[in-house]
Design a binder for this molecule. Structure first.
Ligand code: AMP
Length: 446
């Protein structure tokens, strides 16, 4: 079905065609006509489904069609709230790219950068304001922006905004936008607090649930590698160095863990940068840009920094540590397998994370395939050398020992511990002449 069949005007359909989108994605097919009709919307859709264009396109069209003369400076007609700076920047880009023939004026208000250019932007007309909640409240307190002209409000990644403690800020902001407005709420999941938020602030919303709830994109192949915690870095180095040097996004639970791992990988000769909330905005932008341009192979990130990142052609995500919250696993692996491409999500799971893995599998409603990488069998599980098993064929970049078959990592090991030989051990010796320090898994936040 072409985009025009959804009711989009030619100027927008043209911009979409220039992007190379052949047909609307399911969220776009469903959301665009509803938004064009003026409905409030409650949509469950993961990142990677094309949800940004699902709201920017109809939003631009409604602003274009319902123009009531020029608005004063600093009074946006549409407001998009989103949890992170990177996501805000992506949305503002989407507004500019899709709106190239309708020339909307977009402004971006995010923290971590100086307010000066933001003041300048607000001294002009603003059609679409994309903001993180904290920085928007700063501007409101300085009266540099007014929300009294907002006709369309979008809450993007609403579940994550709540996780980050933005609920009070969101409620304050919602009190400042006119009651007569269109509200669109996007969330990866429909957890109870999201339903509550929707109940309080949406008017008779249309409900769309694109992916089965809490399900990762179909095209992401998931793999668990059981490994001792102190061997994770060596195993990761081994996987990253073997075969094709695919771009890889690696998740750690903590900022310090991300820095430490990034330094270690650099020492192993792997071009790496870390991305987390303690980095300056310019360092975050540079790291992301280097990664997108292929100047570094690996980006080590915490959940918060990586939220919503749109990296086209990201073939591989590695969970160096499993997330605290099972839903974050779905978000993390949603960074790969985007827009119809295949992706691989690998989780390195140590014994202390078995409960976390169990929670994730419960959320997904199935067990994840588990295989020991040769040379990295966890203490207590002995690998059965069976080269060429099904998983090994699928991942030519590293040799795995498939002793587990349908067995889960949760099953008790069949064999007592035994030191093993093989490529992995050689690599381990290379990287770790001494046993490496155990990576801290708690303490700081992303
Ligand atoms: P999102 O879920 O909004 O983060 O989008 C994920 C990726 O899908 C982005 O790189 C978009 O450019 C891309 N995308 C969005 N809509 C389409 C489409 N209809 N066809 C192909 N790619 C798309």
């Amino acid at each position: 079905m072409p985009f025009v069949a959804l009711g989009l005007v030619a100027d927008l359909a043209r911009a979409v065609a220039a992007q190379g989108y052949a047909a609307p994605t399911p969220i776009q097919s469903q959301a665009i006509p509803l938004i064009l009709a003026g409905r409030d919307l409650l949509a469950a859709a993961q990142t990677g489904t094309g949800k940004t264009a699902a709201f920017t396109l109809p939003l631009l069209q409604r602003l274009q069609l319902h123009r009531n003369g020029p608005l004063p400076a600093g009074r946006p007609r549409a407001l998009v709230l989103t949890p992170t700076r990177e996501l805000a920047a992506q949305i503002a880009d989407s507004v500019r790219v899709h709106g190239r023939h309708v020339a909307p004026r977009a402004a971006l208000l995010v923290g971590g950068v100086s307010m000066g250019p933001q003041f300048d932007a607000l001294r002009r007309r603003v059609d679409v304001l994309v903001a993180t909640p904290g920085r928007l409240l700063d501007h409101l307190s300085q009266k540099t922006v007014s929300l009294a002209g907002v006709e369309i409000l979008v809450l993007d990644e609403a579940d994550r905004m709540l996780d980050l403690g933005f609920l009070p800020a969101i409620r304050r902001l919602l009190a400042l936008v006119p009651e007569r407005r269109q509200t669109l709420l996007f969330s990866a999941t429909f957890a109870e607090p999201i339903r509550q938020l929707a109940g309080d602030f949406l008017r008779d919303p249309a409900v769309i649930d694109i992916a089965p709830r809490n399900a990762p994109a179909d095209r992401v192949e998931q793999q668990v590698h059981p490994v001792d915690a102190e061997q994770k870095t060596a195993l990761l180095s081994h996987l990253l160095s073997a075969g094709e040097r695919d771009a890889t996004l690696v998740f750690t639970r903590t900022k310090h863990g991300a820095d430490r791992l990034s330094r270690q990988l650099e020492r192993d000769g792997i071009r790496t940068a870390a991305l987390h909330g303690n980095k300056s905005q310019s360092a975050r932008t540079r790291a992301l840009d280097d990664f997108k341009q292929g100047r570094i192979q690996v980006l080590v990130a915490t959940d918060i920094a990586a939220r919503g990142l749109d990296i086209v052609q990201l073939p591989r995500v590695v969970n160096y540590e499993l997330p605290h919250v099972p839903e974050d696993y779905v978000h993390r692996i949603g960074r790969t397998g985007r827009a119809g491409r295949a992706g691989l999500a690998i989780s390195l799971v140590s014994a202390d994370e078995v409960a976390r893995l169990r929670d994730i599998q419960r959320l997904l409603g199935r067990q994840l395939p588990s295989s020991v990488v040769e040379g990295f069998a966890p203490n207590g599980a002995r690998p059965v050398p069976a080269p060429g098993g099904p998983t090994a064929r699928r991942h030519p970049t590293h040799r795995v020992v498939p002793p587990t078959g349908e067995r889960s990592i949760l099953s008790p090991p069949r064999q007592p511990a035994r030191p093993e030989a093989g490529a992995g051990n050689a690599s381990r010796r290379r990287h770790h002449p001494n046993p490496p320090r155990r990576v801290a898994t708690t303490g700081d936040r992303a």
